[in-house]
Design a protein around this ligand. Structure first.
Ligand code: FES
Ligand code: FES
Length: 195
């Protein structure tokens, strides 16, 4: 690896922006979304990361597609695109959801948060993001945004989970690199139970 591109710098990029290689699934959806939508209202308002966003949404469009290809929030990954891998995990009203398996029209009056929405106004990282950096949790980084969102939702309702509770909370987030223990270390650190 280039000495200027250290592993920690790579991980910071993943944590900040969810910058990792995307699957091809979204490109298929991108073309599907251009089909005519009939008489259903398409121009709707969404509450994403605390901002109101006006966006043109087809009736069958998934939230993952809207976030990535309409709003440019590419931190939300599309892996399996069928509710199996958790790469697309976001929170809706503080509850985790697979964005690939929700219709965008179903979240019109709800608060959607993606990995891009976790940073504080002063630019500082969410404690989960910082802990994942400190624990060098990601490997390739593809699953990282989803792991972060699941951990954030967990700590909101259970600030000091046991390792087993954390394992269960992140069970819906698959990691091809097998970095599960590193992510759990990050959750335990973020909850103040690891120094
Ligand atoms: S892309 Fe949504 S669960 Fe895999
Ligand atoms: S870090 Fe590579 S898939 Fe999880």
């Amino acid at each position: 690896m280039n000495s200027r591109l250290t592993r920690r710098r790579f991980i910071k990029g993943v944590i900040f922006f969810g910058a990792a290689a995307s699957s091809g699934a979204g490109f298929y959806l991108a073309s599907a979304a251009s089909r005519p939508a009939g008489g259903v209202e398409r121009l709707i308002s969404l509450n994403v990361n605390g901002r109101t966003r006006r966006v043109d949404v087809t009736p069958q469009e998934t939230l993952a597609h809207t976030l990535r290809y309409k709003l440019g929030l590419t931190g939300t990954k599309i892996g399996c695109n069928r509710g199996e891998c958790g790469a697309c995990t976001v929170t809706v009203d503080d509850v985790t959801h697979y964005a690939c398996s929700m219709l965008t029209h179903s979240v019109k009056d709800r608060a959607v948060v993606t990995v891009e929405g976790l940073r504080a106004a002063d630019g500082s990282l969410h404690p989960v993001q910082q802990a994942f950096i400190d624990e060098l949790s990601p490997q390739c980084g593809f699953c990282t945004p989803g792991q972060i969102m699941s951990a954030v939702a967990l700590l909101k309702t259970n600030p000091r989970p046991t390792r087993e509770e954390a394992r269960q909370a992140l069970a819906g987030n698959l990691c091809r690199c097998g970095a599960y223990d590193h992510y759990l270390n990050g959750v335990m650190r973020a909850s103040g139970q690891l120094s």
